[in-house]
Design a protein around this ligand. Structure first.
Ligand code: ADP
Ligand code: MG
Length: 240
């Protein structure tokens, strides 16, 4: 039996007259990588913001292990085990690499302090390919390395559910393969992942299942092969 970890029910978000997310329903099972796809502006980042508590819902609810989390402060949701990366990397430029990762543990699912937090940060930096770069200022990092720091910072809170917002965007083919293996290793260590992604190679090789959005609503769901050959999905991506 696969357990449902995260469940969205009738989740809706209005910005004034715009319905950015319209009655979204989907479940994510334990250890699953769920792809959240759709053209630009279809509501993917907003959906992640509603799950993580960055934005209040206009309607519906989100549950984690069957308990409602929508309406709780974002920090509480992080503490319960849901953590995310941002589409545009957000790091603290005045701090070095290691301290940015340590900062991610503050509202963690499992909190660490002092030496333990630092050792854990160094272990995560090693894992994302930044071993030995802990003392570097953020400003001296390449683009891929800022993305790596962001992932390490997100992992510092020990999330059970990881929300990745176009984390693979902008990587070259070699970096992409590394990024894909990294995400796979996160799933293999027991995390559940929601992957907002446009990179088809990544979707095909990582996602167990996909949900496709267009104009705020779910238009398809299924395996990557199923949704990527769906006429309505192709039409949504190509535009009419
Ligand atoms: P995606 O991530 O799929 O590209 P978004 O979730 O970022 O799409 O945006 C969905 C829609 O909601 C877009 O029309 C966008 O302009 C709008 N939107 C997103 N955030 C806000 C906001 N804070 N205020 C007003 N409109 C927003
Ligand atoms: Mg987005």
């Amino acid at each position: 039996m696969t357990q449902t970890v995260l469940s969205l029910s009738n989740v809706t978000k209005r910005f004034g007259g715009l319905i950015a997310v319209n009655a979204m329903d989907f479940d994510v099972a334990e250890h699953e990588v769920l792809g959240l796809l759709g053209p630009n502006g279809s509501g993917k980042s907003t959906t992640l913001n509603l799950i993580s508590g960055a934005l209040p819902l206009s309607g519906g609810h989100v549950s984690l292990w069957g308990n409602r989390i929508s309406g709780l402060p974002a920090q509480t949701i992080t503490r319960k085990g849901v953590s995310r990366t941002f589409q545009l990397v957000r790091l603290l430029p005045s701090m070095n690499v290691r301290d940015n990762v340590v900062a991610g543990a503050v509202f963690g699912h499992r909190r660490r302090w002092g030496r333990e937090a630092i050792d854990h940060a160094d272990m995560l930096l090693e894992k994302v390919g930044l071993g030995g770069k802990g003392d570097m200022p953020i400003g001296q990092l390449t683009y891929i390395d800022t993305k790596r720091v962001e992932l390490a910072r997100t992992l510092a809170s020990d999330p059970k559910v990881l929300l990745l917002d176009e984390w693979l965007a902008g990587l070259n083919p070699t970096e992409l393969q590394i990024g894909i293996s990294l995400i796979r290793s996160l799933r293999d260590e027991g995390r559940t992942v929601i992957l907002v992604e446009h990179v088809m190679d990544a979707i095909r090789s990582l996602c167990d299942r996909c949900v496709v959005m267009a104009a705020g609503a779910k238009i398809a769901q299924g395996t990557p092969t199923e949704v990527l050959s769906d006429r309505e999905v192709i039409r949504a991506y190509l535009g009419d």
